[in-house]
Design a binder for this molecule. Sequence first.
Ligand code: MTE
Ligand code: MOS
Length: 810
Amino acid sequence: MRSLADRPESPVVGLPVAHESADLHVTGAALYTDDLVGRTHDVLHAWPVQAPHAHARVTALRTAPALEVPGVVRVLTAADVPGVNDAGIKHDEPLFPDEVMYHGHAVCWVLGETLEAARRGAAAVEVDYEPLPSLLTLPEAIEAGSFQGNQPTVSRGEVEAGLRAAAHRFTGETTIGGQEHFYLETHAALAQVDEAGQVFVQSSTQHPSETQEIVAHVLGLHSHEVTVQCLRMGGGFGGKEMQPHGLAAVAALGAAVTGRPVRVRLNRTQDMTMTGKRHPFHATWEVGFDGEGRLVALRATLTSDGGWSLDLSEPVLARALCHVDNAYHVPHIEVRGRIAKTHKTSQTAFRGFGGPQGMHVIEDILGRCAPLLGVDPAELRRRNFYLAGQATPYGQPVRHPERLHAIWARLTERAEVDRRRAEIAAFNAAHPHTKRALALTPVKFGISFNLTAFNQAGALVHVYKDGSVLINHGGTEMGQGLHTKMRQVAATALGVPLEYVRLAPTRTDKVPNTSATAASSGADLNGGAVKNACEQIRERLAEVAARKLGIHPDDVRFTDGKVTGIRFHDRDLAWADVVRDAYFQRVQLFAAGYYRTEGLHWDGARMQGEPFKYFAYGAAATEVEVDGFTGAYRFLRADIVHDVGDSLSPLIDVGQIEGGFVQGAGWLTLEELRWDVSDGPGRGRLLTRGASTYKLPSFSEMPEEFHVHLFEQATERGVVYGSKAVGEPPLMLAFSVREALREAAAAFGPPGRSAELASPATPEAVFWAVQAARQATAADGDGATGTTGTAGDAVAAGGAEPSPRALSRG
Ligand code: MTE
Ligand code: MOS
C-alpha cells in the first residue's frame, strides 16, 4: 500500500465513471470564462486592431478618431504598459508591436462599453504602415536563411559509415502540414482589479502560473499581486499553453488603467488569424536498410515553421527530434533540427508537441520504402521494433519494449488482420475504380516534460468537519477528464466514496508555481500530489481511529467511507465520525501535497539523457476505401490497442483515445491551412479562417466501425496507482489512416512502387496519388516516380524530384 503504484482494496480509481462535468457540458450549464461576463458588472469589452500586412513597420498610430466613436472608453497602446511590453517568456513577443510580424497582428486594443462599440472604435483607429518584405513558406525561409532559436542535433553511432554499409539506401523529402486547434471555446480572459490594486484574472489557460507571471511582468507587479483562475476550458489541445498570456495581459492592463473589469474574447476569425497553430515541418532524409529490411542508419534535417516568434518552438523541436525513432531501433542516426522564422502566427504546442511531426518522418520513410524493399509495410514496421536492452538515440533505455510486440500481436488478432487482408485483396481484384487497404502503425511516446524542472506538482486537500472533501491541484481541466481522475485518486487515497470529494477550480493562490497542464502528464503529476496530500491526512486520521479501535495505526484501513482495523469488520467507524473526533482532538484536517517525478535527467545542449519516466505504447489498424475517380475516401474500420497502464478512469481514457485518434486523422487527412502566398495585397493572409474553409473531422469522418481496447495487465510501477498518461499518444495512432490511404492509392497501380502522398492527405492529394499510381507502368517499379508532397502552407506542389530516390547498391 505504500508504493505510488499500489492500489488499496476496492479503489475508486479504475471505475468507469462519467466526466465530472458531463451533465453540465451537455445541458449548457457548465461555466466557461466568458460566461462570467454576464455575471459581472460594468465590464468593458476589448477589440484588437489587426494589421493588414504580413510584415510592416508602424509609422503612425492615431487613436483619437476611435475615441470619437460612442461607447469607446480607451485605446490601449504600448504607452500604457507600466512593466514589460512583452507577451512571452523569451522577450521576443512585443504585446503592442511597432513592427507588424504577421497578417492579423494586433497593434493596439480598443475598450468599449459594448463589444460593438469596441469593434467600431477599432475600425476608426488610423494606422500608417510601411510594408516590408515577408517570408511565408518553409522553402522561402530556408532559402533566405531565416532561422530562430537553437539548432539541436540528436546523434548516435557512425551515420555516414552506416549509410555506406547499408544494402539499400534511399533519400527523400517529407512535408508536413500544420493544424488549427479549433477548440470549441476560443481564447478568453476577464480581468478585475480590487481596491488594493490586486489583479484577478479569469483565463482560459492551460498554464495559469505562467499567465500570472506574464500579467505581472506586463503590469510591473509581483506574482503575489496577481491571481489567475481557470474554471475549465472548452478545449486547449496545447493552443492554450502559452498563447493565453498576452490576451490575459491585455485584459489585466485594461482593468488596471480603467479600474473596470475588462473582457477579452476572440471570435473565431480572430482566434484563427491571431493565435499559433501546430508547427508545419519539412524534412530531408537519407536512410539505409540491411538486406532484411532492418534500419541501419538515418540522417535527417527537420525544419519547423515557428512563425514570427519562438513561443514553444524550441521544446516542440526537441520533442520532434526525440520521436523521429518512434517505435524503431535505428543504430546509426543523426537528426538535425532548426526553426524557421516566418511572417505567420507564432506556432505553438499542439497535442503531441512535435512528437507527431517527428514520427511522421519515420512513418513516411517506412511507408515509402517498404514497396522498394519488397517487404509488407506492417511487417517492415514490426521487424524494426525496439528489443529489450536497446536505447533511444538520445540514450534512454527503452523499458518494456515487449509491450509493443504484445500490443501488435493483440491488435493483429483483434482486428482480424489476416482474414480482412485476404478479403481486401479479393475486393481490389474485383473493383478497378475503388480500392481498399488496411494499415497498421505503432506508437511509442515519451511521458514527462523534456525540461526536467516542469515535472513537479502541488495539491491542497481540505477535509471539513462533516467529512466532506475539497481538493485543489495545479492542473487545469480542458475536457480531458483530469478533474474526474483527481477526484477518483482522492477518493481512493482517503478510502471514501466518490461523492464525498468535490473539486475547486484551478487558482494560482491555492497551488503556486504550477507547470502547464501539458505533455499528457496532468494526471501523473497532480495525481501524485493529490495522493500525497490525502495520505498525510489519512495517516493522522489513522491515529485517531487506532486509539478508538485499540489497534496500531498501521492496521487501520479506510474503505468506502468506513474506517476499520484489519479483519475487525464488527467495529466499523464511519468516516465522518473519525473526522469529527479528529477535529475535537485538534488534529489538522488539511494538507498540501507535493510530487516530483523521480529519476529524470536531460542535457538539452547535448540532447542526451533520460527525459521520460516511461513510454506510452499503442498500435492501430485502419481500413480505408478510396474512390479512384475523385480521391474521396471512407474510413471503414479502425481498431486500437493502447497501453494506459492500469487505467485510472477507463471511460475517460477510451474517450481520450477516440478523440486523439480522430484529431490525428483530421491533421493527416482533412485539415489544411492555407495562407495567401501571392505577391498581391493579401500576402500573408490566412485564407482558411473558419469552419467553412478549414475542414474538421466530424461524425461523417468517424470510422464506421471503431474498436478501442485498453491493453491489459499493464501496471506501470512508479506512477500514481499504476496508470499511464493518455492525453497525447493516441493522436499518433492516426498514422495508420494515412498509411492505409497511401496503400489504397498505390493499389491503383503496379505493385512494388513507392507511393507518395501529400500531408494532409486530402481527397485532392489522394486523387493525385491515384493518378500517379495509374500512370506508373511496371517498368518504373524502382520507385523513381511520383510528385513531391505539398506543404500545409499552400506551397505549390513541387515538381520533378523523384523521391524516395534509390541510391544504387543492391
Ligand atoms: N482532451 C480534450 N477533451 N481537450 C483537450 O484540450 N488536450 C490534449 C489532451 N486531451 C485536450 C485533451 C493535450 S494537448 C494534452 S497535453 C493533454 O490532454 C493534457 O491533459 P492531461 O495532462 O491531463 O492528459
Ligand atoms: Mo499538450 S500539446 O502538451 O498541451
